[in-house]
Design a protein around this ligand. Structure first.
Ligand SMILES: O=C[C@H](O)COP(=O)(O)O
Length: 254
C-alpha cells in the first residue's frame, strides 16, 4: 500500500524570517493531518535553520539538488553526505529547471540518483516532457528515456523506496495543470515501464504529479489511482494553500 507524499519545492525563494514564519504556519496547519507524508525543500543555505524549526514535527526536510561528487575541489557544490548531515531526506534531482538552466543530462542525473541511494537518502526524480514534445506526441518516449537512464545503470531495484515526480514542463509555473486524466495516463505509463523490469518495485514507487498544483485542483488530481501526491512549487510558499493540498491527498488516499 503506497502512502502519498506532498512535497514543497521552495525553489529560489525565502529568507531567514520567511523560513521561520512559513514553517511555524505549516506546523499549525498540519499538526493533526495523518495519512500523507509531507516534506519541504527550502534553499540549501536555510536547511539547518529549517531542520531546527521543524524539530518535533512530522514535516520532513528535503533539498532541491545534490552534486554527483562526494567531496573535493567542486566549488559551490553540496554533497549527499552534507545533506544527510543536516537532516535532509528527500532530495529533488533532475528538475526541469536544472535540466534547462544548468544543462544537466540524463546521465548526470542518474549518477546523482546513485549517489543519493548510496548515502541512504531518497531521490525525488523529476521527469517530464516540454510543450513541443507534448505536441509532437513524444511524452511517453521522453519519460521512458529519462527513466531508462536510471534503469540501465542502477536497475529497477534502485527505485525501491524512491520517488518519481512527473512534471510536464509546460505545466510548471504556468497555471496550466495537466488534467487528472492526462496525468493519470502518464503516471500509469511510468509505473508500467518500471514494472516491465520489476512489478513489485513499480507497485510501491511513489509517483507524484507536479505542475501548477494548487488548492483548487489538487483533490481531483489525487482521485487518480497512480497519482501519489504532488511536488508543489508556487503553492508551497503559502501555508494555507499547501495545507489544503496535503489534506486533499490524505483524504483521497485514506
Ligand atoms: O517542483 C515543483 C514544480 O516545478 C511545480 O512548480 P509549480 O507548482 O509552481 O508549477
Amino acid at each position: 500500500m503506497r502512502h502519498p507524499l506532498v512535497m514543497g519545492n521552495w525553489k529560489l525563494n525565502g529568507n531567514t524570517h520567511m523560513v521561520n514564519e512559513l514553517i511555524a504556519a505549516l506546523r499549525a496547519e498540519l499538526s493533526t493531518v495523518e495519512g500523507c507524508g509531507v516534506a519541504i525543500a527550502p534553499p540549501e543555505v536555510y536547511l539547518s535553520q529549517a531542520k531546527h524549526a521543524l524539530s518535533g514535527s512530522r514535516i520532513v526536510l528535503g533539498a532541491q539538488n545534490v552534486d554527483s561528487n562526494l567531496s573535493g575541489a567542486f566549488t559551490g557544490e553540496i554533497s549527499a553526505d552534507m545533506l544527510k548531515d543536516v537532516g535532509a531526506k528527500y532530495i529533488i534531482i533532475g528538475h526541469s529547471e536544472r535540466r534547462t538552466y544548468h544543462k544537466e543530462s540524463d546521465e548526470l542525473i542518474a549518477k546523482k540518483f546513485g549517489v543519493l541511494k548510496a548515502a541512504g537518502l531518497t531521490p525525488v526524480l523529476c521527469i517530464g516532457e516540454t510543450d513541443a514534445e507534448n505536441e509532437a506526441g513524444q511524452t511517453q518516449a521522453v519519460c521512458a528515456k529519462q527513466l531508462d537512464a536510471v534503469l540501465s545503470t542502477l536497475g529497477a531495484e534502485a527505485f525501491q523506496g524512491a520517488v518519481i515526480a512527473y512534471e510536464p514542463v509546460w505545466a510548471i509555473g504556468t497555471g496550466k495543470s495537466a488534467t487528472p486524466a492526462q496525468a493519470q495516463a502518464v503516471h500509469k505509463f511510468i509505473r508500467d515501464h518500471i514494472a516491465k523490469q520489476d512489478a513489485a518495485v513499480a507497485e510501491q514507487v511513489i509517483i507524484q504529479y507536479g505542475g501548477s498544483v494548487n488548492a483548487a485542483n489538487a483533490a481531483e488530481l489525487f482521485t487518480q489511482p497512480d497519482i501519489d501526491g504532488a511536488l508543489v512549487g508556487g503553492a508551497s510558499l503559502k501555508a494555507d494553500a499547501f495545507a489544503v493540498i496535503v489534506k486533499a491527498a490524505a483524504a483521497a488516499k485514506a
